[in-house]
Write a protein that binds this ligand. Sequence first.
Ligand code: ADP
Length: 303
Amino acid sequence: MRVSVTTTLHEAFNISHYLCFVPQVLGFEVDSINSVQFSNHTGYSHWKGQVLTADELHVLYEGIKLNNVHHYDYVLTGYTRDTSFLEMVVDIVQELKRANPSLVYDKSTHFFPSSPQYVPQNLYPVYKNKVVPVADIITPNQFEAELLTGKTINTEKDAVEVMDLLHAMGPDTVVITSSDLPPRLGDRFLVSLGSQRHVHPDGSRTTERVRIEVPKVDAVFVGTGDLFAAMLLAWTHHYPNDLKTACEKTFSVMHHVIQRTISHAHDLAGPGRRPSPPQLELRMVQSKADIEDPAIVTEATLI
Ligand code: ADP
């Protein structure tokens, strides 16, 4: 299985490692293109580096194509703020899909920061009209799911309707990574919902929907969205018609990585002090065994 990965513009550098490391550990061959090369992610006080332009991306793609090695099974891309870069990604994905019609495109992580005032207005139509229609897997948060569909989520039923609307826009797999829905397990949990359309050999269609609750940790991590998308891509490859299992594996890995990271961060920060961004860098390499074979710690319920 070959995967092409474009890393994120926003969160760069170490994040590119998540997008590559996870599929590699799980046995995928990965070609990666760094959409930026930054000193560190932008959650730090300072960062320096270069941003790849749409033309530069095209040059790299031309090189791959000239060698006739543009036959990918999966494409995974991260966040970008630049409209022309995003449009180039869509053009390339469309061409790769012509080379391999069963190619799966996973639009990793979030389209927008989770607050309306930060949404760059020129990006929104490109996401809605160009990116989402070619994407097979999307992992929006509640805000993005609402923005893309124009429907507010107040209940689980609303969430199901929103996921159906998102399916109608293109993607067969939708996971809303976090929501404001009330958790059944208590305040310190986070509710996520997933939906997957299955086409059966006789042509009939069904939709599998799941709800999952994970413990919330009082810290802001950078790169969890990318890690999540890379895991979901890998586990939906291994369990193509079983969203429940793919989600249980994905959310369980997230749990193990986050717990390992927060406990290490508290050790570094010392008693009573809030960990800093470098202390909160996700403990990826240390979590290799969990990525490969996660102990299931969270059960998804079918809804
Ligand atoms: P990002 O904002 O980095 O894109 P998300 O907020 O979408 O990441 O999180 C993706 C997944 O990571 C969530 O579904 C959840 O499983 C996990 N996650 C992220 N932050 C936390 C947290 N503070 N506590 C628990 N889980 C978290």
